[in-house]
Design a protein around this ligand. Structure first.
Ligand code: FES
Length: 143
């Protein structure tokens, strides 16, 4: 009986030390010179700690430059029901992101044009010493 509360108290004392700090981790994903105005898919792994569980899931980002040369990265997760979008994924919607599940499509900035209720999310982007680093995912601020 006495051991159960002790275990819970110990968990709450140690658990915060193991938590990933939001927005503080950036991952090196691509060389700056690779990034063009045409979106390209890049895959990378992130180290995550969720409570006592650690994992290294593979993530994907569509990275491109805007008309001013600024680099931005979008999440491929469709905002309808979570399938994966592809750039130029449909001949009916050239130069757009397309979701094959139910036909949502998005502009290069991620603006939802049909089906999906919201724009594609964005990654935090940092450019340093010739490399593009990606951080956390947040709501789209481009549209
Ligand atoms: S999940 Fe993408 S259109 Fe439905």
């Amino acid at each position: 009986m006495v051991g159960v509360p002790l275990i819970f108290n110990l968990r709450f004392a140690v658990d915060p030390l193991l938590q990933r700090k939001e927005g503080s981790d950036f991952v090196k994903v691509a060389q700056v010179e690779e990034i063009t105005e045409v979106p390209q898919s890049f895959r990378f792994t992130v180290h995550q700690i969720d409570g006592w569980y650690e994992s290294d899931p593979t993530m994907e980002a569509w990275i491109s430059r805007d008309e001013n040369g600024n680099i931005f990265a979008l999440s491929p997760v469709c905002k309808h029901l979570g399938c994966t979008v592809n750039w130029n994924g449909s001949g009916d919607y050239p130069d757009q992101y397309f979701c094959p599940c139910h036909g949502a499509h998005y502009t290069k900035d991620g603006e939802a044009l049909a089906i999906a209720p919201a724009p594609l999310d964005q990654y935090e982007v940092k450019v340093d010493n010739g490399w593009v680093y990606l951080g956390g995912i947040h709501a789209n601020e481009r549209v």
